[in-house]
Design a protein around this ligand. Structure first.
Ligand code: SIN
Length: 287
């Protein structure tokens, strides 16, 4: 008889642990369907006690979809689809990769649908990841604000993370290799409220790391509205928070949540492998 698969919520807003699946044992279609359903229902899914080498993580990632482009961040040797998200114990700058609220690579024309992060080494404390439900954030806006946002488009760019002027900053990070270039200055316009590609549910799609303006707005007009949306969309009651153990593997839906990593583990090493699943061009939500 097979192991029972269960899903256990970890917070009121988003996030669940799926028990009973060993990803190293080539999950069958029903197990993958269970993970996909949980991801759509909860935005974030964690599987504990997994032991995947990079090739196995890529194989699992492909069960969720083809790989997304991964710009700027160097992949691990021999496996172009895997990036190592590492902060060394010697790094004392109080920054960690992904440390500002963001939806992964939202500056791409087709931002990733999902990201998969596998914990290889974790600090004794700190280094949690926090996700915020953007479907809930949208739902909690007043009807007046919802209708004001309809039709608005955010301007997304990697300029504040990966433009060449940021190379000196990346060079101080011992654990990761990032190669900045001028393509980071490009901008991309996406709807402020997107319809999820599978569920059709509306979700806010702006984030403090990559959304640098509102299309058709002067900067001084866009800033107050974006500042409100950044604060609202990351309200604590829209979040779940995960304290990592070695072997944890988290999957999140970048179309439904945004996330950040806590940089509060100076003096300790944290090492993860990430794979990234391709997504679609965000479609505007029509109420
Ligand atoms: C990321 O933004 O992909 C990294 C998140 C984390 O390290 O917790």
């Amino acid at each position: 008889m097979g192991t029972t698969i269960t899903t256990e919520r970890i917070a009121g807003a988003c996030g669940a642990v799926v028990h009973g699946i060993d990803l190293a044992r080539d999950p069958d279609d029903a197990e993958i369907a269970h993970i996909r359903r949980a991801l759509l229902d909860h935005g974030v899914v964690v599987l504990r006690d997994q032991c995947l080498d990079p090739d196995q993580q890529v194989t699992f990632s492909h069960r969720l979809g083809p790989p997304s482009p991964v710009p700027f961040v160097q992949s691990i040797p021999g496996n172009p689809e895997v990036i190592a998200v590492v902060r060394e114990a010697t790094e004392a700058h109080g920054y960690t990769f992904g440390g500002l609220w963001h939806s992964d690579f939202s500056f791409l024309p087709e931002p990733p649908s999902a990201s998969i992060l596998h914990a290889l080494e974790v600090p004794p404390y700190g280094g949690d990841t926090i996700w915020a439900s953007q479907t809930l954030a949208y739902a909690r806006l007043s009807p007046g604000m919802q209708s004001m946002l309809a039709g608005l488009r955010g301007v997304h760019s990697a300029v504040n993370a990966y433009s060449p002027r940021m190379q000196a900053v990346h060079d101080t990070f011992a654990g990761m290799a990032v190669r900045t270039d001028d393509s980071a200055n490009e901008t991309r316009v996406h709807p402020v409220v997107r319809a999820h590609g599978e569920t059709g549910q509306p979700a806010l799609f702006v984030n403090a790391q990559y959304t640098i303006g509102l299309h058709g707005f002067a900067p001084h007009e866009a800033k107050p509205l974006l500042d409100f949306l950044f604060a609202h969309s990351t309200r604590t009651d829209f979040t779940c928070r995960w304290q990592w153990r070695v072997g944890d593997l988290a999957i999140w839906d970048n179309r439904a949540v945004q996330h950040m990593a806590m940089a509060d583990f100076t003096g300790h090493r944290r090492a993860m492998h990430r794979t990234t699943v391709a997504g679609e061009a965000p479609l505007a939500y029509a109420a």
